[in-house]
Ligand binder design. Structure first.
Ligand code: ITT
Length: 198
């Protein structure tokens, strides 16, 4: 038994591997296939893009495939960077994206810096007619300077008031307990074993 996670993002790959550790199937990601071509994310929603990624990879490997499309929605920026989160500042460069976010929010006071991370997971399988689709989110505040070295993307700026820490100041397991992706994965875990035709 084998499942592919349709991601090239090492941060996401690490979170999936931690959640699925000890299961009775092999887990691979696109990091195991460095020659796999870039999938163009031409959709306008998280679900469209997750579906594009899941089906491109499922068709190539003929294996059950999970894709994550995710992003940061900042209220003061009317939901931006949203589906453009990976390339907010141009290329996929986390440091540049964080710098741009801080500059766009310059002067916005703490109580107006509300935001959420969202994740849509699409699980596609050659032997299932319909995909499984789940969503998760987590609310927080955008800080005024990056804090913490763990995680990836906007984690150093995503402040969790209940923990008084950023998403980059907690372990991968703690992040999975509270994050958008972790919350989506909890929903997936309730459904996929009954759905899948191996
Ligand atoms: P794959 O498509 O290969 O999975 P990607 O990074 O391009 O990798 P997305 O298109 O879904 O994936 O972009 C998601 C972006 O949103 C990601 O690059 C981060 O900038 C941000 N993001 C999503 N989840 C995040 C998280 O848990 N922590 C920090 N930033 C996150």
């Amino acid at each position: 038994k084998e499942i592919i996670i349709a991601t090239k993002n090492p941060g996401k790959a690490r979170e999936f591997k931690s959640v699925f550790a000890g299961e009775d199937f092999k887990l691979k990601t696109l990091l195991d296939f460095p020659d796999f071509p870039e999938i163009r994310e031409t959709g306008s929603t998280f679900q469209e893009n997750a579906t594009l990624k899941a089906h491109a990879v499922m068709e190539r490997f003929n294996l059950p495939t999970i894709a994550d499309d995710s992003g940061l929605q900042v209220d003061a920026l009317y939901g931006q960077p949203g589906v453009r989160s990976a390339r907010y500042a141009g290329d996929h460069d986390d440091a540049a994206n964080n710098a741009k976010l801080l500059s766009e929010l310059g002067g916005v006071p703490k109580d107006k810096r509300t935001a959420r991370f969202v994740s849509t997971l699409v699980f596609a399988n050659p032997k299932n007619e319909h995909d499984l689709v789940v969503e998760g989110e987590v609310k927080g505040l955008i800080g005024t300077l990056p804090q913490g070295d763990d995680g990836f993307g906007y984690d150093p700026l995503f402040y969790l008031p209940e923990l008084d820490k950023t998403m980059a100041q907690i372990t991968v397991d703690q992040k999975n307990q509270i994050s958008h992706r972790g919350n989506a994965l909890k929903k997936l875990e309730k459904q996929w074993q009954d759905w899948i035709n191996w």
